[in-house]
Design a protein around this ligand. Structure first.
Ligand code: PLP
Length: 496
């Protein structure tokens, strides 16, 4: 094992991942005490649903099962172990206080069918979080229902469609820049729009002249990410909004990159009509296997009647209630009211930081991305020299000369104890390395990361094959990712 840092490994045998292989008949993690109540006739109780044996369940002792799962957890990577510079995903640290609050008994055990009278606390959380997000975005109203960013996009475009429909014509097209996240065109297509691609200019921004030429009265909306996936702020955003509005179109903002804006500028102030947020990115709720998502959609007043129902309202006596009588609503987009636990975490995060803390967070996120940019400029090719916001995109142009690509560099980074950055996205950069440190990282951790990236660049020069064979420190190395995705093996069978 060559050039490893920070990562403790342990010799592992091939079957250690399989608890089934450890099974031996009769072993159990615990034994129930003898029955001290009359025995129930389970056959009578359960009828044919009664299970006669445990099938192929593994039989293992308590220590075996504890070690199995503890060991598996160490084969994984987590934000709690180190930097997670996965660009576009904003893998920031989730402060423990959010978790503590979300586990409060009254919140964790609340039931969506609970009468409104005894749900006032939960309703107050929905209302307060909505108010905070409306304030942060500069919009007028919001729905918390969507369960993820892409789901927020879907909800947002359904609202766009309902709005145009109410004016007599749903229109046919949605414009999307070539730097967009793949979910944007997928969403527009799902809502029944045809997608028109907008070319970026050499600065990595929307080409305003091209937009003006493409915009017509068949265009329902422009879906724009700001800052875009190059980490570049669309400097002509006011102009862009004007061009859209002049022909009756709407400006949709993919707000997944709000980590660069919170507390500094508000999309509502620069002409955005409808946008989604990713609470599981910007507002510090766990993601990437750590929990469900949440993609609230905020709108301007004109779009408010179309929001999913129910919405939370304040009754004349001051009590909160769900309002279902919304004739223009696009309807429900999710069962009940959204992923409530995420709302609690996001609100805890917002209140713990306060306005100044949130602003500081944004400044630190941008500062950190620029620190990494400075640290690696010249070592890795920087295809766009436009100022960097919260993430920086390099390319593998220099390393390609030795036959090493962005994916290989990312694999080697694992040996240095870091999660890979985002590989080959955005698509407008050939061989992209997209790095987003977030505000969570200390200068010490970023220095380690920069050193690791520099060391890899040297290795590419001296021993490219070693980089092509990486990772060297993990249990498994290069996996057949295509077959794993297309033909996943989801069930253990003897002899697998
Ligand atoms: C993450 C992301 C999305 C999609 O969000 P999900 O919650 O993963 O569905 C959309 N657009 C951008 C720019 C993103 O970074």
């Amino acid at each position: 094992m060559k050039h490893m840092t920070r990562k403790a490994t342990r010799h592992v045998n091939q079957n250690e991942g399989l608890i089934f292989e450890k099974s031996s008949a009769g072993k159990a993690a615990w034994k129930l005490p003898p029955l001290d109540v009359p025995e129930v006739d389970t056959a009578k109780l359960l009828g044919s649903a009664e299970r006669k044996d445990l099938g192929n369940m593994p039989e293992v002792s308590e220590i075996e099962i504890i070690r199995h799962f503890t060991r598996l957890s160490t084969w994984n990577y987590a934000i709690d172990l180190g930097m997670y510079p996965l660009g576009s995903c904003t893998m920031k640290y989730n402060p423990r206080v959010n978790e503590v609050v979300s586990r409060f008994e009254g919140l964790a055990n609340g039931h969506p069918y609970q009468p409104e009278k005894i749900s006032q606390g939960a309703l107050r959380i929905l209302k307060t979080l909505s108010d905070c997000l409306v304030e942060i975005t500069g919009m007028d109203a919001i729905t918390l229902q969507p369960a993820a960013g892409a789901h927020g996009e879907l909800t947002g475009l359904l609202i766009v469609r309902a709005y145009h429909q109410a004016k007599g014509n749903p229109r046919k097209k949605v414009l999307i820049p070539d730097s967009a996240h793949g979910t944007n065109p997928a969403t527009a297509a799902m809502v029944g729009y045809s997608v028109e691609n907008l070319k970026s200019n050499p600065k990595g921004m929307v080409d305003v002249a091209a937009l003006a030429a493409q915009m017509d009265e068949d265009v329902a909306a422009l879906m724009l990410t700001n800052p875009n996936t190059l980490g570049v702020f669309e400097q002509e955003i006011h102009k862009i909004a004007e061009i859209m509005h002049a022909k009756g179109g709407l400006l949709y903002m993919d707000g997944a990159n709000m980590n660069a804006l919170v507390g500094k500028v508000r999309p509502g102030d620069f002409g955005v009509d409808v946008m989604h947020l990713n609470l599981h990115k910007t507002f510090s709720t766990p993601h990437g296997g750590g929990g469900p998502g949440s993609g609230p959609v905020a709108v301007k007043q004109t779009l408010e009647p179309f929001l999913p129902k129910p919405v939370v309202i304040t009754k004349p006596d001051g009590a909160l209630a769900f309002e279902y009588n919304r004739p223009l609503s696009v309807g429900r987009v999710r069962a009940f009211y959204g992923n409530f636990g995420m709302f609690v975490r996001a609100l805890a995060y917002i209140l713990a930081n306060g306005p100044d803390g949130l602003r500081q967070t944004t400044e630190d996120a941008v500062l950190n991305a620029n620190y990494i940019r400075k640290g690696l400029e010249g070592i890795y090719d920087l295809p766009y020299s436009t100022p960097t916001m919260h993430e920086v995109v390099f390319s593998d142009k220099l390393q390609q000369k030795k036959g090493v690509k962005t994916g290989d560099i990312a694999k080697r980074l694992i040996d240095y104890g870091f999660h890979p950055y985002t590989v080959s996205f955005p698509l407008i950069v050939h061989g992209a390395l997209m790095i987003e440190p977030t505000e969570s990282e200390s200068v010490e951790e970023m220095d380690l990361f920069i050193e690791a990236m520099k060391a890899i660049a040297r290795e590419v020069e001296e021993d490219p094959q070693m980089v092509l064979d990486a990772p060297h420190s993990t249990r498994v190395s290069r996996l057949d990712e295509t077959t794993a995705a297309r033909k996943p093996i989801l069930r253990w069978k003897p002899g697998n």
